[in-house]
Design a protein around this ligand. Structure first.
Ligand SMILES: [Zn+2]
Length: 171
């Protein structure tokens, strides 16, 4: 499911301040290929901040990493990305309206990170969203069926066993 972005986008949304900015507003990551997560302004601001680094394995702390240009936090012996207020607002606002992959891309997090946070916050896809996705899949399936001569379409009088019969639309 995870995609690798190999080309630099012309613009990018900073998950920290929520602004859509041109690529030139972002530094390049230390690998020299991808853009940093946060924009230069957010990066500069956070870079000046003094963080309390974890002193022990079971301590807590935060660090702004130059490698990817984003804030990480350390709790329960794990490094996790820091969820800013902006990111949490975005997650709550768009969780029902976007696919998880789209939202993960927008927030610049992995799908696993997104799913974990959504679960932690008790977020669910709304019925409307699930219905919309199901409808989209049906449209795609129909379009693909039309290209391939509708192999899935049952002709009048044709019987394909009990599994396909007596099924009303929408069940
Ligand atoms: Zn920013």
């Amino acid at each position: 499911m995870s995609r690798k972005i190999t080309t630099t986008p012309k613009s990018k949304r900073c998950p920290q301040c929520g602004q859509i900015l041109p690529a030139s507003s972002f530094r390049t990551r230390s690998n020299g290929i991808l853009l940093q997560s946060y924009c230069r302004d957010c990066g500069n601001r956070l870079n000046r901040t003094k963080y309390r680094k974890p002193k022990s394995m079971h301590g807590t702390g935060e660090v702004f990493r130059k490698e990817d240009g984003r804030l990480w936090e350390y709790t329960r012996a794990h490094w996790r990305i820091h969820w800013s207020r902006q990111m949490l607002d975005d997650l709550r606002r768009y969780y029902s309206k976007m696919t998880n992959q789209e939202l993960a891309d927008m927030l610049d997090v992995t799908l696993g990170t997104l799913n974990r946070k959504a679960q932690e916050l008790g977020l669910h896809k709304t019925r409307q969203y699930i219905a919309d996705i199901a409808r989209q899949h049906l449209v795609i399936a129909r379009a693909e069926g039309a290209i391939h001569g509708n192999p899935g379409q049952i002709k009048p009088g044709e019987h394909r066993g009990k599994a396909t019969e007596f099924k009303k639309k929408g069940c």
